[in-house]
Write a protein that binds this ligand. Structure first.
Ligand SMILES: [Zn+2]
Length: 65
């Protein structure tokens, strides 16, 4: 399963939910993510999905825009 496919879960337990659209920078795809540990939802750039950590319970960086 590719990291950008809905349902994918990375090594940190962060699940890809769906494509949101382009980032505010315009060059990256933004994906809705959910933490399987605490249920927190946030957005991440597609290129960052595999290394993303939950902003709430894993001290990851804040939601991307
Ligand atoms: Zn979490």
């Amino acid at each position: 399963m590719k990291r950008t496919e809905p349902g994918h879960i990375n090594v940190n337990g962060q699940q890809t939910i769906e494509l949101v659209g382009k980032s505010s920078h315009g060059y990256a795809n933004l994906y809705k993510m959910a933490c399987t540990q605490c249920g927190h939802e946030y957005n991440a750039n597609g290129c960052d999905i595999h290394i993303r950590k939950c902003p709430k319970c894993q001290k990851g960086k804040p939601s991307s825009q």
